[in-house]
Design a protein around this ligand. Structure first.
Ligand SMILES: CC(C)(COP(=O)(O)OP(=O)(O)OC[C@H]1O[C@@H](n2cnc3c(N)ncnc32)[C@H](O)[C@@H]1OP(=O)(O)O)[C@@H](O)C(=O)NCCC(=O)NCCS
Length: 165
């Protein structure tokens, strides 16, 4: 694991992505694309373009999730709006062999705690497909509450948010 920006949780470590992660990101994204609003398959070239654009941004932080030194998934904090002190959380994937072990919960809690305490944000929100009950339940167990819904190109989307107490 490189020395690039890391956030340490109880069961996981979050390491900010680099250009070397293109293939890992591509494989995870394509494997689990049906769980996301934008579910089209992408090519390595498209993934690299996405990364080039990512590195130009200052309001987007994406991480590879490690468990016992093995890369097992991804998570991101994006649309970080410092003046409004809010951000969106998402791009969450835990690869199948590592699911149902509490690792997603630990990744979400680690990143939200970093966002609220270190980045001093006040609100973290997300949009998920209304049919994605594992994700909705998971975020619910991390303290997020449902705050809205909308139809986006016939897909029902649920908004959830977490506010600093
Ligand atoms: C949604 C997702 C991230 C959840 O990841 P996960 O690591 O399995 O989540 P957790 O382990 O924290 O919790 C999942 C379940 O395992 C249970 N669990 C947690 N620790 C456990 C343990 N030690 N033993 C058995 N079960 C456990 C939780 O209670 C939870 O049960 P529930 O779904 O009935 O509420 C994962 O399913 C995934 O990557 N899905 C595909 C992509 C996706 O949908 N991403 C979200 C888009 S918004």
């Amino acid at each position: 694991m490189s020395l690039r920006s890391k956030i340490i949780g109880k069961k996981i470590i979050l390491r900010e992505i680099t250009s070397k992660d293109a293939l890992t990101l591509l494989n995870l994204r394509n494997k689990y694309r049906k769980h996301f609003f934008d579910s089209k398959k992408i090519s390595l070239e498209e993934q690299k373009k996405w990364l080039d654009n990512y590195f130009k941004k200052t309001n987007d932080k994406m991480f590879i999730i490690y468990h016992k030194n093995i890369p097992i998934g991804t998570i991101a904090l994006y649309d970080i709006t410092k003046d409004k002190r809010k951000a969106q959380i998402g791009r969450l994937i835990i690869d199948k062999p590592y699911q149902k072990k509490g690792l997603a919960k630990n990744a979400v809690l680690t990143l939200t705690s970093h966002a609220l305490k270190k980045l001093k944000l006040k609100k973290i929100y997300l949009w998920t497909l209304g049919e994605n009950l594992p994700a909705i339940n998971l975020y619910g167990r991390c303290g997020f509450v449902k705050s809205g819904s909308k139809l986006l190109k016939t897909k029902k989307m649920i908004k959830m948010e977490l506010e600093k107490k």
